[in-house]
Design a protein around this ligand. Structure first.
Ligand SMILES: [Zn+2]
Length: 83
C-alpha cells in the first residue's frame, strides 16, 4: 500500500514554525523552535480572525528570533479566502 503523497499536503500556507492545540475557548500556538506560545485569547476578534493574528504573531516571532537573517514577514498571510 503506497504512502499517499497527499498526506504531506497541508494547508497551502507555506512553512509553519508552530504547532496548535485546542483548549477551552481558544487555540494555543506553540513555537516549534522554543517554548514561546500565544493563544487566540490574546487577540481581539474585532481586529480580525484571531487564529490568523496568532499565526501571524508566531511567524513574526520565528522570523525575528530564529531567522533574523531573513526577516521577511510575508504579506500574503491571511490570503486564505478573505471573508
Ligand atoms: Zn520560538
Amino acid at each position: 500500500m503506497p504512502v499517499s503523497a497527499a498526506a504531506r499536503k497541508d494547508y497551502n500556507e507555506g512553512v509553519r514554525y508552530y504547532t496548535t492545540k485546542s483548549m477551552n475557548g481558544g487555540t494555543t500556538f506553540k513555537c516549534a523552535l522554543c517554548e514561546h506560545t500565544v493563544t487566540t485569547l490574546d487577540f481581539n476578534s474585532l481586529e480580525g480572525n484571531r487564529r490568523t493574528q496568532a499565526a501571524t504573531a508566531m511567524n513574526r516571532h520565528a522570523a525575528v528570533l530564529h531567522f533574523p537573517a531573513r526577516t521577511v514577514v510575508p504579506a500574503k498571510l491571511g490570503g486564505r479566502g478573505a471573508l
